[in-house]
Each structure stands twice: as C-alpha cells, then as structure tokens.
Design a protein around this ligand. Structure first.
Ligand code: F6P
Length: 326
C-alpha cells in the first residue's frame, strides 16, 4: 500500500471534453482508497499562486456530462522557469500534498516530468487533449468528442457545398498532428484530408486533384489540419485559387468550437477508467507515468516515452479515405 495521504489534482493546457469526468474519477477513487484530495485551480499557475481547495465527493457531483474543466486551466510561463517550479514545489509541501495527478497534453506532461525530476516528487499524468498526439495511448480524453463535433459540422457544411457545387476546405485543430483531420474526413465522408504527417512527404493537394478528384461529384470537402506544414485551410485555398481557378472555393475554420461540448460516452468512460488507474498507480508506488489505453487495456507509459516519441498515424486510414472518396 502507498503511504500517500493527500493527492493534488490539476488540469493544464488546452481544455478537452472529458476532463471533468477525469477529475471526478480521480477524486472519488482517491477518497475511496482513504486518500484526501486537493483541487488546484488554473493548472500550474494555481499551484504557484496557491488556488487550492480540499475536495469532497460532492465537489465532483453532476460534472461528468460537462465539457471544459471545473478546475479551470491555463498555460503558465512562470512554471517553465526553475524559480517558478520551486515556488510550486514549496506550495505542494506546505499544503501537505504528497503526490500530483495532472490532466493535460504534451506541455502539461513535460512540465510534470521536469517537476518530478527536479524534486523527486511522485506525479501521474492523464492524457487530456483533443489532439490525440500522445505516444503510448491509443486515444486521449477529448479526442472522440472533438471528432464528433467535426463530423456534425462537416455534415452541415456539406448541405451548402452541394447546393452551390463548391469546394470547401475545412480547417481542424490538432497542433502538429493529423488525427482529427484524417479520422474526421473518414467520419464525415470528406473527399480528402491534408495532414502534416504526409504533407512533409508529398504535395497532397496536387496529388488529390490530379488523381481525378471530383470525377463523380460537383462539390467536395477537404479537411485540412492546422499546421505550418499544411499551410492551413487558408493557405491551401489560396493555392487552389491560383493553380486551379476552375474551382469555386470556400474556407471554414472550425476553431475552438472543437474543444467544447458535452463529452461522448467514449470520452466519459475513458476518463473514468484513467482517473481510477491514476490512483491505482500511486497506490502501487508508480511515479512519473502517464495512464494510457492500448487494445482496451490500461497501461502506464513513462513520461519520457509519452512526450519524446511522435505518435504515428495509421496509414491504413489514408487508403480507406482514398478508396471511399471516388
Ligand atoms: O492542444 C489543443 C489545442 O486545441 C490545439 O489543437 C490547438 O493548436 C491549440 O490547443 C490552441 O491553443 P489555444 O487555445 O491556447 O489557442
């Protein structure tokens, strides 16, 4: 059994639907195992400024269905400095918080890893990001909800695209990863996806158009992953206007609406499992690991692996999209 008597929990970086379900699960699993829980508001920023509240099971009632994070979140530059992290560590000691559970993406886990190393402090991470870009887990919390949001948005765009015989470029989030664009394209029946993983290898726009794109249709939708590598939807549309002026082009940038909304059942279940698994990890004296899911089994991935390795896209999906877009 772990000797930990009090655990802190925070959410950091971009919010993701399902973070509340994870907060609920961590809180309840800790209390179930006799560990006190302190909620830290506004991520690492709140750790530095001391926005910390003792949580009871009631603090996390009626939140599983809500998007966003009741703990709020922030991107904290002070925590990136050794001085900021020392203040944060001193705060943890003063509050009697003996271990941390952090929920967030790449930046959150990177911060956790450095804090854990500098002060030999136990931290468990939970992958919460719509980008799905963390290595070692098949899926991250928020990704499925964001995918569904994209699918619903593209369904609507298709109505107007078809009516006007237009070519739409729809930009989706993902930072440097194309998971949302590629699977969003398959789910919404889009004609193509332009993603950074492939854009570095070849000119996806030229290939798509030269391969007889739109042979059997008058309207088309292409999902474009935000990224300097793809040029984003605006960049791609500008190119089309110059190089293929026969198309009537429009652009939609879905933006932050992809981060909101009530989490899907899949995200709620994933977050619940990972929250319980995070406390299990601490009970087993595991530290500096991220909870992950592989083939429907919970796994623990060292921070170093989750952060450093690039998560590859599944190339079979590219073929699926190509075959189905004729
Ligand atoms: O990491 C999640 C994410 O939504 C990315 O997809 C996007 O690039 C970024 O955060 C946007 O960050 P912000 O909300 O700070 O503008």
């Amino acid at each position: 059994m772990s000797a930990i008597k009090c655990v802190g929990i925070l959410t950091s970086g971009g919010d993701a639907p399902g973070m509340n379900a994870a907060i609920r699960a961590v809180t309840r699993a800790a209390i179930f195992n006799g560990i006190a829980v302190k909620g830290i508001y506004r991520g690492y920023k709140g750790l530095i400024t001391g926005e910390i509240v003792l949580f009871k099971t009631e603090n996390v009632s009626n939140i599983i269905q809500h998007g966003g994070t009741i703990l709020k979140t922030a991107r904290c530059t002070e925590f990136k400095t050794p001085e900021g992290r020392k203040i944060a560590y001193d705060r943890l000691v003063a509050e009697g918080i003996e271990a941390l559970v952090v929920i967030g993406g790449d930046g959150t886990l990177t911060g956790a890893r450095i804090l854990a190393q500098e002060f030999n402090y136990p931290i468990v991470g939970i992958p919460g990001t719509i980008d799905n870009d963390l290595y070692g887990t098949d899926i991250t919390i928020g990704y499925d909800t964001a995918l569904n949001t994209i699918m619903e948005a593209v369904d609507k765009i298709r109505d107007t695209a078809t009516s006007h015989d237009r070519l739409f470029f729809v930009e989706v989030m993902g930072r440097d990863a194309g998971f949302l664009a590629l699977n969003g394209a398959i789910a919404s029946g889009a004609e193509a996806a332009i993603i950074p993983e492939i854009a570095v290898e070849k000119d996806q726009l030229a290939e798509t158009i030269e391969n007889g794109f739109r042979k059997s249709k008058n309207s088309s939708i292409v999902l474009v992953a935000e990224s300097d590598v793809t040029g984003g939807a605006m960049g791609v549309a500008e190119r089309v206007k110059k190089e293929y002026p026969q198309f009537d082009v429009r652009v939609t940038i879905l933006g932050h609406l992809q981060r909101g909304g009530s989490p899907t059942a899949q995200d709620r279940i994933l977050a619940s499992r990972m929250g319980v698994a995070a406390i299990d990890a601490l009970l087993e004296d595991q530290r500096n690991v991220m909870t992950g899911i592989q083939n429907d089994q919970i796994v623990y991935v060292p921070f170093s692996k989750a952060i450093k390795n690039d998560k590859p896209i599944n190339r079979e999906l590219l073929n699926t999209l190509r075959v189905l877009s004729i």
